[in-house]
Unconditional design. Sequence first.
Length: 300
Amino acid sequence: MSSDYPSATNPRPPSATGWLTIPAPLAWLFKKFPLSTYPPNDLPARSPSARDVATLYIFISDQDALRGLPSFNPSCLKWQTYLKLAGVDFRVLPSTNHASPTGALPFLLPPSDPTSAAYPPIPSNKLEQYAAENGTSKVSEVRDLKLEAYESLLDHRIRTAWLYSLYLARSNSSLISHLYVTPVSRSQVVRTTILYQLRNAAEAEILRSMGMSVVDSRALYDGAREAFGAISTLLGSRPWVFGTSEPSLFDATLFSYTHPLLDDRLAWEDRRLVEIVKEFPNLVEHRNRILQKCWAHKAS
């Protein structure tokens, strides 16, 4: 499944509507010094040389990492949740895509000691295998022919509505700045640039994914409502989607979107997507079950 964090490697030019514009001085700066993509970085400086427990690097605040709370980023939360469901012993540390040796979050560093060679970082597409080999619990596998169709609902309709709500809805500007911009730099110029890059990349991602020529927020939210409704119908009164005995990777992925939307600690000003989720009480209950199962001491 796709990452929810838009890539700014090849941002799309601002749309003709002009609503997503950059100040003229910064536009001149981009033309004079175009963006470049650099090779993956070395491991974060905070990575210890010896680790007695695996470390998952994710988008999360320093305070929340110390308390082991859920990430606010769906791609990170998906795998944070899955590793917990699998019974993997790990801790979390804050990081960014730029600090990741794989170029994206999350990634995991397995345990190591000074007497053995360090294991290479494990990217997200290999975390399922790592969990199977190192977890104490078996996560349910879905063997339903409809799985791919429902994964597509998460990857496209729900994901694009999420991107719009967080990155492009103007009333959520304070939230995106708090989560992704302010922690990066104190410079107002740098913050303005980062915010522009994130919004421009999110817009391009939505247009590409949905085959649109202009962003249509109503169509995005209508699509998300239909997708959540379809998953709600499939879930029914069962505890887990697809009727598995224990939560599956699909349950973890669904939770990675519903939990941040229902988390009272996140100040969503544009609450349209939040209210759409609340239209389906069994999805709210599903989120609460996962939260209780993985973060019982913090469930709310």
